[in-house]
Every structure is written in structure tokens, then in C-alpha cells.
Write a protein that binds this ligand. Structure first.
Ligand SMILES: CC(C)(COP(=O)(O)OP(=O)(O)OC[C@H]1O[C@@H](n2cnc3c(N)ncnc32)[C@H](O)[C@@H]1OP(=O)(O)O)[C@@H](O)C(=O)NCCC(=O)NCCSC(=O)c1cc(O)c2ccccc2c1O
Length: 153
């Protein structure tokens, strides 16, 4: 793919929320860096952690749950345990039942993203697993996570 088709590498200023992320010994693979699949766990941890903290998501007993329907990531620079990382989180699209998150991973002291990606959650009824409108409290929290300088998604 040519450069013009690639999203630009992001900086911390592009994200309304910055969430600290610890690395663990087991995040490193045999090449001594955090393995690509671990970044997806970082995304889940950062997004769901801030939703739980904001009282917008009850993972254990809530009537609705978010299911991931799409995800992707680009990797620019390696990170490794024991780095102290930061995740930048923003909401790029807020639909009726779905939300698109964009997340970047920053190494300590670095302003350019080491990796950046996205995922889409579709909210479903916990029992039927069919899409349902985003609950009001969740929608209000997500609306506050627009890219800085942009209108609510
Ligand atoms: C999730 C599904 C039941 C959705 O069913 P369906 O595909 O029929 O939905 P619709 O076509 O009606 O669309 C609804 C809604 O989604 C948008 N959408 C769908 N696909 C995409 C896409 N690829 N990209 C963007 N948007 C998409 C569509 O536009 C509609 O949006 P509106 O906003 O306009 O309403 C069904 O797809 C399904 O069951 N899929 C399998 C899901 C799955 O197994 N995922 C992997 C495991 S889930 C997971 O990893 C996970 C992660 C977490 O972070 C969690 C956190 C907390 C709790 C649980 C978690 C969790 O399980």
C-alpha cells in the first residue's frame, strides 16, 4: 500500500483520554518485544477500563454487552516489558447500536504513536445477543470522547 493510503502516525494531542497501561513479562515474545496480538488486549483494557470507571459499563451484570465486529492495528515502533505505556482513546463514530474506537499506544516519553488501531463494538442484549440501541449513560460518556477539536461523533 502506498503512503497516501495510510493514516498519518498520530501524536498524544489527537486523543481526549490518555490511559496508563502496564506491560507484563509475558507480553514479550521470542523476539523480545510485545507481540502483535497483545495490542488488541491493550485496546480492550484501555477502552473497557475507562467505561467501567465512568459507570457506563457493567461487565458482570449489565443488560447489554459490547461485541467486537471489526478490529485493526498498524505498528510503527516496538515496545517491550518493562515499558510503561499510555493508550490514547477516542471515539470516531457513534452509531445507533455501534461505536468505533480509535486507540494509539505510546511509549514512555514519546509523543509519536508506537502503534495505532481501531475496533468497533456493537452493543447487544446480553441474553439474545442481538443489537440494541446504545444505553443513554454510555452514549453520553462516548460523546465526550471525540478527537480534540472535533464535534461530538
Ligand atoms: C454483533 C452481532 C450480533 C451484530 O449482528 P449483525 O452483524 O447482524 O448487526 P447489524 O448488521 O444489524 O449491524 C449492527 C451495527 O453494527 C454495525 N457494524 C456491523 N459490522 C460492522 C463493521 N464490520 N464495521 C463497522 N460497523 C459494523 C452496523 O453498521 C450497525 O451499526 P449502527 O450503529 O448503525 O446500528 C454479530 O455481528 C456477531 O455476533 N458477531 C460476532 C461478535 C464476536 O464474536 N466478536 C468477538 C468476541 S467479542 C469480544 O472480543 C469482546 C471484547 C470486549 O472488549 C468486551 C468487553 C466487555 C464485554 C464483552 C467483550 C467482548 O465479548
Amino acid at each position: 500500500m502506498t503512503d497516501e493510503h495510510r493514516a498519518p502516525r498520530e501524536t498524544r494531542a489527537g486523543y481526549p483520554r490518555l490511559v496508563p497501561l502496564a506491560t507484563r513479562w509475558g507480553d514479550n515474545d521470542v523476539y523480545g518485544h510485545v507481540n502483535n496480538v497483545v495490542y488488541y488486549a491493550f485496546f480492550d483494557t484501555a477502552v473497557n477500563g475507562l467505561l467501567v470507571e465512568a459507570g457506563a459499563l457493567d461487565i458482570a451484570e449489565g443488560a447489554v454487552i459490547g461485541l467486537v465486529v471489526e478490529t485493526g492495528c498498524r505498528y510503527f515502533a516496538p515496545v517491550a516489558f518493562p515499558d510503561a505505556l499510555t493508550a490514547g482513546v477516542r471515539v470516531a463514530r457513534l452509531g445507533r447500536t455501534s461505536v468505533r474506537y480509535e486507540i494509539a499506544i505510546f511509549a514512555a516519553g514519546e509523543d509519536m504513536a508506537a502503534a495505532q488501531g481501531h475496533f468497533v463494538h456493537v452493543y447487544v442484549d446480553r441474553r439474545t445477543r442481538r443489537p440494541v440501541p446504545l444505553p443513554e449513560r454510555l452514549r453520553a460518556v462516548l460523546a465526550g470522547l471525540a478527537r480534540p477539536g472535533r464535534e461530538a461523533p
